[in-house]
Design a protein around this ligand. Structure first.
Ligand code: IPD
Ligand code: CA
Length: 277
């Protein structure tokens, strides 16, 4: 599938049409959050867990939440495309990119660090990004050019300058050889940063936007895990890489998002260039 756009910029949405999408996105974060919490409240044998691959879990709730989001968007915006972690989709000039539960491994173990992530992309650029962790009642929202918020209050990336004071989250997945992951982590550690991993790429990025972490990096991640979070970081004053270059939308890419004071060092150390445009 290709997400290339024949005439980028042609037929762009008006502010009113974008407002309507932002409004539906906010409402969906709330209703999908309720659905996720309904599943979270009965994490036992009644909720079977399937494996999609090594260390890649699927619960009934992942499917239910994605179906709810997909159906709501299809009714509200029948012309928009959709790409979801569980049901796939096709690329188009205007599309929604959705992870129904990011941090599924946390979710199924009863760890309240998981979220719903929804991005709206127009002409290869994210315009709306929303992430909600219903277990702790935190909703992050960003609209391009209008800043980033947590539960309605403006957020900003951290002012950290010294790399040896930095908190860096380095995501792991079985898609990258462990040797490569360990080598990069060792390099970051050698410069004195505190490397952590919390099991949700989307929340890891939201925490950079919120100043709770100084950076999030992962050597391969999928678009549904990171597009909403990358917009949050940009709108909160951080630096990011050009994730959508090449086939990032459909096949994934490395991701890097960081507070300005640590971004250049981390980019150099892990070999992921920053977007300098
Ligand atoms: C995963 C999580 C994890 C990240 C992986 C993702 P899932 O998504 O975001 O933190 O390191 O790359 O695949 O399986 O929890 O939806
Ligand atoms: Ca995910």
């Amino acid at each position: 599938m290709s997400t290339a756009v024949a005439h980028p910029g042609a037929d762009r949405l008006s502010d009113a049409e974008m407002d309507r999408r932002a409004d539906v996105c906010r409402k969906l974060l709330a209703s999908a959050g309720e659905l996720a919490m309904e599943g979270y409240s009965r994490l036992d044998a009644t909720q079977p867990v399937a494996m999609k691959g090594p260390q890649d879990f699927l619960t009934e709730t992942d499917g239910k939440v994605e179906e709810h989001i997909r159906a709501t968007l299809a009714e509200a915006f029948p012309q928009d495309g959709f790409l979801g972690e569980e049901t796939g989709g096709t690329g188009s000039a205007r599309m929604w990119v959705v992870d129904p539960i990011d941090g599924t491994a946390n979710f199924m173990r009863g760890i309240p660090h998981f979220c719903i992530s929804i991005a709206f992309v127009q002409d290869g650029r994210s315009e709306i990004g929303g992430i909600s962790n219903p277990a702790v009642g935190e909703t992050y929202f960003a609209r391009r050019g209008r800043g980033a918020t947590r539960n309605g209050a403006a957020i900003h990336v951290s002012p950290t300058q010294a790399f040896d004071r930095a908190f860096v989250e380095f995501g792991w997945s079985p898609r990258i050889p462990n040797r490569d992951y360990l080598d990069k982590v060792a390099l970051v550690w050698s410069l004195g940063a505190n490397v952590r991993r919390s099991g949700s790429g989307a929340l890891g990025l939201a925490y950079v936007a919120d100043g709770r972490s100084d950076a999030y990096a992962e050597l391969h991640i999928n678009s549904w895990d990171c597009l909403a979070g990358l917009l949050l970081v940009e709108e909160a004053g951080g630096r990011v890489n050009r994730f959508l270059d090449g086939e990032g939308m459909t096949k994934g890419n490395p991701v890097l998002a960081a507070a300005p004071g640590v971004a250049a060092t981390l980019s150099q150390v892990i070999g992921v260039p920053l977007d300098d445009g």
